[in-house]
Design a protein around this ligand. Structure first.
Ligand code: FMN
Length: 383
């Protein structure tokens, strides 16, 4: 049985979810574990589950703890997922459908779904789905518009993979039409190179003009696309999982990204994706990190690493294979005080938010809420 959030209604002042998130010095999101094994190809004990009830519990609890958003990624994997004995990510649910069901369970939190817009969607259809989800959530829904970077996925949809920059050209046209449908007051006749519509129409319009748009590209073309359209950009550390190296490299990277946004008069907010392992003491946290790595599923880790270190995407380069057992991007491991120190450093390095993964989601989230969040408030990161 899923339960509804008991958080107070924060929308009564008329604010949007994005406005409420931006009141905090550091926005806070939770990566929900829609994929079997979440981010970590390890069999170390945990209760994390890809099923809807578990993800609903994570989302409701994240809202009650004051998180600004939850986010679901999307993968299209062949049989066995990333393989290994654990068949890492074999079961995955669809974030569009899951966020639809999360909408009436929550009041305040932003619900962001990944959509591979080039996998056979038409803008008229996606604009309608998006407007519907936006109404169901009273303006709290957002879309991570991705182009897909894995040839195996394109082939699953009966297509050869489009060349890298062409994908962003197609995405741009797709997004232009989608926005015109969301915002237009008249029927739309659109004749692009890739997408067309005659008398395209959408009603109701989204609640706040348009749903929140998120992107996660890192290449030149990806950043240009993100800068033109998105409210939030998921970034990765250009130097991999080590937080010290990340905090040294991120100021320049964030400056670069935000400068691209300024070209289009947009104030692009960046969100990085740390995996947090927090315990009362650093030793306990490091023991837990070691246990996760020791229980790695070697075959799944090899395949997972090969996927993310390969291909023509630019987000996940400069990483080590073993760091993928814990997964995610920057690894923050330590006591509550140490975690908050790192979060302050990431914020000082220009990151506007964090999108957090855990290993054992529900208990780790609870511990985070109990021990880390109060310290984040003391440090001025959260109101
Ligand atoms: C935090 C984060 C989450 C992402 N989620 C997805 C996802 O769910 N599905 C997907 O295909 N790509 C996702 N991406 C994007 C790809 O990993 C990759 O960065 C992008 O397709 C490549 O764009 P680029 O060529 O501009 O680097 C995500 C990226 C980041 C940083």
């Amino acid at each position: 049985m899923v339960r509804m959030s008991t958080a107070p209604d924060l929308t009564l002042d008329g604010s949007t979810g994005l406005e409420r998130a931006a009141r905090n010095k550091l926005m806070m999101g939770l990566f929900i574990p829609l994929q079997q094994g979440a981010w970590s190809p390890s069999t170390a004990p945990r209760g994390t589950h890809w099923g809807f009830e578990y993800n609903a519990d994570c989302t409701v609890r994240a809202e009650e703890l004051g998180f600004d958003l939850v986010f679901g990624l999307a993968h299209w994997l062949p049989k066995g997922g990333f393989g290994g004995k654990m068949e890492f990510r074999e079961n995955t649910t669809d974030p569009l459908l899951v966020t639809a069901a999360l909408a009436p369970l929550t009041r305040n939190i932003l619900l962001i779904s990944t959509v591979h817009i080039l996998y056979r969607w038409h803008p008229v259809m996606l604009a309608k789905f998006a407007a519907t989800l936006d109404h169901m959530s009273h303006g709290r829904w957002g879309m991570n518009m991705v182009t897909g970077f894995r040839p195996v996925e394109s082939r699953m949809f009966g297509m050869d993979q489009f060349e890298h920059d062409l994908r962003y050209k197609m995405a741009e046209e797709f997004t232009e039409m989608t926005i015109q449908l969301w915002e237009g007051k008249e029927e739309l006749n659109f004749k692009g190179q890739f997408y067309k519509t005659e008398r395209g129409w959408l009603s109701p319009k989204p609640v706040n003009g348009r749903p929140i748009i998120v992107n996660a590209g890192s290449s030149g073309a990806g950043l240009e696309y993100a800068a033109k359209y998105s409210d939030l950009l998921f970034i990765t550390s250009p130097t991999g999982h080590d937080p010290a190296k990340a905090c040294a490299a991120l100021p320049d990277y964030n400056k670069k990204v935000k400068a691209v946004g300024k070209k289009y008069n947009r104030n692009l907010k960046t969100i990085i994706n740390p995996h947090i392992i927090c315990r009362e003491t650093e030793k306990e946290a490091r023991d837990q990190a070691r246990a996760i790595v020791e229980h790695q599923d070697r075959e799944a880790t090899d395949n997972y690493f090969a996927t993310f270190s390969g291909g023509d995407q630019a987000s996940w380069k400069n990483t080590n294979r073993d760091d993928w057992v814990i997964g995610g991007n920057v690894h923050l491991i330590g006591s509550p005080e140490q975690i908050v120190d790192w979060l302050v450093k990431l914020n000082n390095a220009g990151c506007d938010g964090v999108q957090i993964n855990f290993y054992d989601f529900l208990p780790d989230l609870e511990f985070f809420g109990d021990r880390v969040l109060p310290l984040m408030k003391q440090a001025g990161l959260r109101c």
